[in-house]
Design a protein around this ligand. Structure first.
Ligand code: PGA
Length: 232
């Protein structure tokens, strides 16, 4: 099967203030033109609306994504923001990231609800899958099975996610096998690899048959490194 157009997602996590982010968009926009693929940047929630305005102003091809979304539709949920509140300026949202599970006790049921609310608001979920158990669990969910073409899946083993300045990537062959398992459960799906992708190893992942792109954390913080990955 011919390869799909690649998708690159920058997960900026709790990094960058507005002045940094503003110049980050200027620095990566030109580089993003060099790929036919889809480039999605996920900044912190307080900057989503300003980021949308900035990208429009500089006529960038970059799309905007949230890093998470509420499991509630609307109402008295202090500190939360719902899918329907971001739908006008956000086309994507990461959901089910292992850091949400580890630090915020998020469950598979929460993830299912979030996917449902995102799809209802026509936001594409970028659904992270951290283990075979999780894959089995999500594969049983009818809503996900019925929405495969509207979801971007990510094989992202928690052990491969970078630590403070240390990269711990999975072996690319192993990542290819694991990504293939996601494709077996979700036929014709788009599946990215996530976990310590950097300019030095990006090509090793992108040349694998089952890998349709990457979710990039640490290396996406540097505009130069992120563009080196996007053009790898
Ligand atoms: P990393 O993070 O590239 O820093 O390993 C990926 C992610 O957690 O989204």
């Amino acid at each position: 099967m011919p390869k799909k157009l690649p998708i690159f997602v920058a997960n900026l996590k709790a990094n960058k203030n507005w002045p940094d982010l503003n110049s980050y968009f200027e620095q990566i926009s030109q580089g993003a033109e060099k790929t036919e693929g889809v480039v999605i940047v996920c900044p912190s929630a307080p900057f989503l609306i300003s980021s949308a305005q900035k990208l429009k102003e500089i006529n960038s091809k970059i799309s905007l994504g949230a890093q998470d979304v509420s499991k509630f539709e609307e109402g008295p949920y202090t500190g939360e923001y719902s899918a329907s509140q971001i739908k006008d300026f956000c086309a994507y949202s990461i959901v089910g990231h292992s850091e949400r599970k580890k630090h915020f006790s998020e469950t598979a049921k929460d993830v299912q609800t979030k996917v449902e609310l995102l799809l209802k608001s026509q936001i594409t979920p970028i659904l992270c899958i951290g283990s075979e158990e999780e894959l089995e669990e999500y594969a049983q969910i009818e809503l996900i099975q019925n929405s495969i073409s509207n979801i971007i899946f990510v094989h992202e083993p928690p052990g491969a996610i970078s630590g403070q300045s240390t990269y711990r990537p999975q072996n690319p062959d192993e990542a290819n096998i694991e990504t293939g398992k996601v494709k077996e459960k979700f036929k014709n799906s788009t599946v990215l690899y996530g976990g310590s992708v950097n300019p030095g190893n990006a090509k090793d992942f992108f040349t694998k048959d089952n890998i349709d792109g990457a979710l990039i954390g640490q290396a996406s913080l540097s505009p130069q490194d992120f563009i080196a990955i996007v053009t790898a």
